[in-house]
Ligand binder design. Structure first.
Ligand SMILES: Cc1cc2nc3c(=O)[nH]c(=O)nc-3n(C[C@H](O)[C@H](O)[C@H](O)COP(=O)(O)O)c2cc1C
Length: 393
């Protein structure tokens, strides 16, 4: 507010609730960024936006002017501290906003206002000259704008220079642009269904999907049962984990060693039978890493990982990598791929993958990888069934 208003004696409140809306928008950005990290790593976090901080970040010009020039900027009225003509100018039936930020816009405006004499006037030829003669220039421009209606000025300047008529809400309701962009929407009024409310629409437009219709706001507590009460269905779903594990174990799988390299170059790997081939084109596979695994965070953040399918003769390798030992790789026979991913030797097949994304799924992370290299060999696989190793031989 120390920047708004006509002069230092008339500090003026900003029109809309900028502090509320901008802080909420910043929080929405923060939540989306945190969601991306949660999808990549499975880790949540607390996102904090103070309204004071959000509004301070909006007042960036005051901060750098104070730093660069040592000044304390005051109310700027309807003009700009170092650009002219810039601001609100009276018209016959209201006002218009004009923002001449570049010489080329000044030429267009000067041409519309009076032609050659004004265009070639050295007092207004450059941005610095116009700033120096700001007051004279602004009153010259206003003398001209006052002789025209907003519609006339829109026809002369609209789309040619930064320009807009000062709209009231009734102007906005009748504005063809607003109609074209569906920027005013009607939402259901639960108290009076025949008298829907008109609200401002969401200004975001996505090329891949249509904006869904706006719903009316929920009544206080309307969704408490859905979000706050214990889920009765979930409560009845109390399975004994051992019985469930045993049921899952009825599905016979192969056994893999999933490998990667941590940021200091140290190899990491675990035994995993959660391998699934997902897509041939593009080539995608997935693995599931338990959140309890010591190497979970390395896998959730790695750039590349490898999947090594074991042979029936490699049960000892599976046992080694199913351990929590820090020296797994000291005892393993492996080499490194071009990407630095450990590749276990003598296996039935190896895949080198670029990690695409990690999806949080209960007590595991599902990690998707795009296959960038692979090799396979003939032979018999190591199998895992009913909680035990076996083979097809
Ligand atoms: C046959 C078999 C399959 C396994 N499959 C998985 C799996 O798919 N995902 C997983 O996170 N752990 C799996 N494990 C357990 C991990 O190998 C084990 O927890 C390992 O100690 C994790 O290593 P880390 O704590 O050093 O990261 C499996 C173990 C065995 C024996």
């Amino acid at each position: 507010m120390s920047l708004t208003g006509p002069d230092a004696d008339s500090f003026t409140k900003v029109g809309p609730g900028i502090g509320d809306i901008f802080s909420g928008m910043m929080m929405a950005f923060g939540i989306l960024a945190a969601l991306r990290l949660a999808e990549a790593t499975g880790e949540g976090q607390f996102v904090d936006v103070a309204m004071y901080d959000a509004v301070l970040s909006l007042c960036e010009r005051a901060v750098y002017l104070n730093d660069f020039n040592g000044t304390t900027p005051g109310p700027e009225g309807n003009n700009h501290p170092f650009l002219a003509p810039f601001g609100l100018f009276k018209a016959k039936d209201g006002a218009v906003a004009i923002g001449v930020v570049e010489d080329k816009f000044w030429k267009i405006l000067a041409d519309a206002m009076g032609g050659d004499a004004l265009c070639s006037n050295a007092k207004f030829a450059t941005r610095a000259a116009r700033a120096e003669h700001k007051d004279a220039l602004n009153s010259l421009v206003e003398t001209w704008t006052k002789g025209h209606t907003k519609a006339e000025l829109s026809a002369i300047l609209g789309g040619k220079i930064p320009f807009g008529p000062l709209n009231s809400i009734t102007d906005i309701v009748d504005d063809p642009h607003v109609l074209e962009r569906s920027m005013l929407a009607q939402v259901y009024n639960p108290d009076s269904p025949k008298a829907p409310w008109t609200v401002a629409s969401n200004p975001l437009r996505f090329s891949a999907s249509k904006s869904p219709p706006l719903g009316s706001p929920p009544r206080l507590g309307q969704h408490n049962a859905q979000y706050l009460s214990p889920d009765p269905e979930k409560a009845s779903r109390k399975f004994d984990p051992r019985t469930l594990r045993s049921a899952f174990g009825k599905f016979a799988t192969g056994v893999t060693i999933v490998t990667t390299c941590q940021s200091d170059g140290a190899p990491r790997g675990i035994t995993a039978n959660s391998f699934t081939s997902v897509s041939l084109d593009p080539p995608i596979l997935l693995i599931c890493i338990a959140k309890s695994a010591l190497s979970k965070s390395v896998f959730s953040e790695c750039e590349h990982f490898g999947v090594n399918i074991l042979r029936s003769t490699q049960q000892d390798v599976s046992t080694l990598f199913a351990s929590k030992s820090a020296e797994k790789f000291d005892k393993a026979d492996y080499e490194k791929s071009l990407q630095g991913t450990p590749v276990i030797k003598e296996t039935l097949a190896n895949f080198i993958c670029r990690r695409q994304k990690s999806v949080d799924a209960g007590d595991h992370l599902v990690i998707f990888g795009e296959v960038i290299d692979f090799r396979s060999d003939d032979g018999s696989p190591l199998l895992y069934f009913n909680g035990d190793y076996c083979s097809i031989d």
